[in-house]
Design a protein around this ligand. Structure first.
Ligand code: AMP
Ligand code: MG
Length: 274
């Protein structure tokens, strides 16, 4: 991030607005002097807002996220985790995909070279992928492999790869040339480790945001402070992504469960001890 002049911002932990997510979790909101506040699920909306400021063209945060997940059957979820969340003004989907590939190659190479002893102790052999990564279209792989396409591909593939064009949250930009397609991407680890990162180009136009929120049945009033910025036409055009730190460490170390790579794990469905 430093060599690419991506500026670090400090995380936001409580706010009336946060990522609505595209899956259902238990509510982590609370009342403070009568105002409803949320613990951050991801910094997506704040990243877009941060880029409204002069001098902020490329940013990242190491951001604590709380998601009270309902799925207790997976070994990839924690209730509390950290995201390295980055966002760029005026970047395209392709620009960010390229940045992410470089980032993954950089991190994997560093760990492979600098942590030889640890990798041997863990019995882990890491291979560094070459760029460009393989890209799969979500609709095409879903048609071929069914609903579990991500899991199946992750088990089959030898290197990290990308799946593009998911329909997800309101903030992922719809492709203006191909309506019904979305300018977003997931990076997926091989060996069955699954999703590493999600991102996309963002909606910044008021009408589009309203259309998408209505289509998803969202409560517009809850997001009024964000929608108001779009209405004034001052939300910038941005693209970015965020990857889970613990999922990355799990992949690098080959740990069976994500709880094995954190000091104070909070596992969905299990009693929180510390
Ligand atoms: P999302 O916004 O849901 O795509 O999340 C962004 C990234 O955060 C994912 O790609 C994962 O790497 C990570 N992540 C999401 N949910 C969790 C979780 N419950 N526990 C650990 N990491 C997570
Ligand atoms: Mg995701």
């Amino acid at each position: 991030m430093f060599s690419k002049e991506v500026r670090q911002i400090l995380p936001v932990i409580i706010s009336p607005i946060t990522d609505p997510l595209s899956h259902d979790v238990f509510d982590a909101g609370f009342l403070y002097f009568g105002q409803e506040l949320q613990l951050t699920k991801s910094m997506i909306l704040h990243k877009q807002i941060a880029l409204m400021h002069d001098g902020y063209d490329a940013i990242y945060a190491v951001s604590p996220c709380v998601r009270l997940e309902k799925d207790t059957t997976t070994s990839r979820h924690l209730l509390e985790f950290s995201q390295v969340d980055f966002e760029f003004k005026d970047y395209s989907k392709e620009d960010v995909m390229h940045f992410m590939e470089e980032l993954i190659v950089h991190v994997f190479s560093f760990v492979k070279d600098e942590c030889k002893y640890e990798l041997t102790e863990l019995g882990r052999s890491l291979s560094v992928p070459t760029t460009p990564f393989k890209v799969f279209d979500k609709d095409e792989v879903e048609e071929k492999l069914g609903i579990d396409y991500e899991k199946l591909l992750s088990e089959q593939e030898k290197h990290s790869f990308l799946i593009i064009s998911h329909e997800r949250e309101f903030y992922d930009k719809e492709d203006p040339v191909k309506p019904g397609k979305y300018l977003n991407y997931d990076l997926v680890y091989p060996e069955g480790f699954g999703e590493a990162l999600s991102g996309g180009e963002r909606e910044h136009e008021h009408e589009q945001i309203l259309k998408r929120m209505k289509r998803l049945g969202m409560d517009l009033e809850k997001y009024s402070s964000f929608v108001h910025l779009a209405e004034r036409g001052i939300l910038p055009k941005t693209a970015g992504a965020g990857f889970g730190v613990e999922r990355l460490v799990r992949y690098l170390t080959g740990a069976k469960h994500i709880k094995d790579v954190v000091l104070f794990p909070k596992v969905p469905g299990e009693k929180v001890v510390l």
